[in-house]
Design a protein around this ligand. Structure first.
Ligand SMILES: [Zn+2]
Length: 254
């Protein structure tokens, strides 16, 4: 059966002589693997459409465990992301998060639209770290790891003073001591986190977040991931090295 899928290439690996197996995140069927025959050959008509990060239309023979890619059309190559080392690292991280969190053939059309929208914003030059935090929150929620950000996880008060990684959500100032390891948060970090978890990609205007708030959110998301998901991500190591270089770079002269 021939099916038409809209997808983003999450990763590829070599397969036999000149072939590739690509992992697609598709709007219609979620994550799935497809064999792309001859795609490694430079002149193959499948070469461009099977590059990681490509957003395209894919005509596949479905059937066994792996689909077979018959034709493809590039909708968006995201070349302005590929031209930039930092943006490429953030995109690679979001693709790996998607690949590791989603089960095979489980459709998440809303998350798919969020990913495409976020990659478009990344290409347009919006803050990569904020976009990544938004996408992480959406991807975690879609795969059943939603952090509890509405109210204190212990008593239900709206006020939040810390984030309990163990409990997976906010604690108010009265309940903060119930988890000695809870990460204290400035009110700005609480506000930003709540906003990022709710924001729709289409509505992202300019979200101005101070570097210290971004650093708090980064530590929080990393700790949450380690506690609840626990998978090691290669792309995160790369990203963290890049982030530490950016932090160490002296401020530009006025
Ligand atoms: Zn409380």
């Amino acid at each position: 059966m021939l099916i038409r899928l809209e997808g983003v290439v999450l990763r590829t690996r070599d397969y036999g002589e000149g072939h590739k197996i690509i992992t697609l995140f598709t709007r219609e069927q979620g994550k799935l693997g497809a064999v792309a025959r001859g795609a490694k050959k430079p002149r193959s008509r499948l070469a461009a459409v099977t590059q990681p990060l490509t957003h395209g239309l894919y005509l596949c023979h479905a059937g066994g465990e792996l689909a077979t890619l018959s034709q493809g059309e590039v909708l968006h190559a995201f070349s302005r992301i590929r031209d930039d080392l930092i943006r490429t690292a953030y995109a690679a991280y979001m693709l790996e998060v998607t690949d590791r969190l989603l089960a095979e053939r489980e459709a998440h059309p809303r998350l798919f639209d969020q990913l495409v929208g976020i990659l478009q914003q990344l290409e347009a030059g919006k803050d990569p770290e904020i976009l990544t935090r938004i996408y992480e929150l959406h991807a975690l929620a879609a795969s059943g790891f939603r952090p509890h950000l509405d109210a204190c996880v212990a008593c239900g008060r709206l006020e939040a003073a810390a984030f309990s990684v163990r409990e997976g959500g906010f604690l108010c100032s009265a309940c903060q001591q119930t988890d000695r390891d809870a990460l204290p948060l400035a009110p700005a970090a609480v506000r930003v986190l709540r906003r990022l978890a709710r924001v729709d990609v289409g509505q992202i205007g300019t979200i101005n977040v101070k570097p210290e708030t971004k650093a708090q959110l980064r530590r929080l998301m990393r700790a949450f991931w380690e506690e609840h998901v626990g998978l090691r991500l290669k792309s995160r190591d790369v990203l963290e090295r890049l982030e530490s270089w950016t932090e160490e770079r002296p401020a530009p002269l006025e």
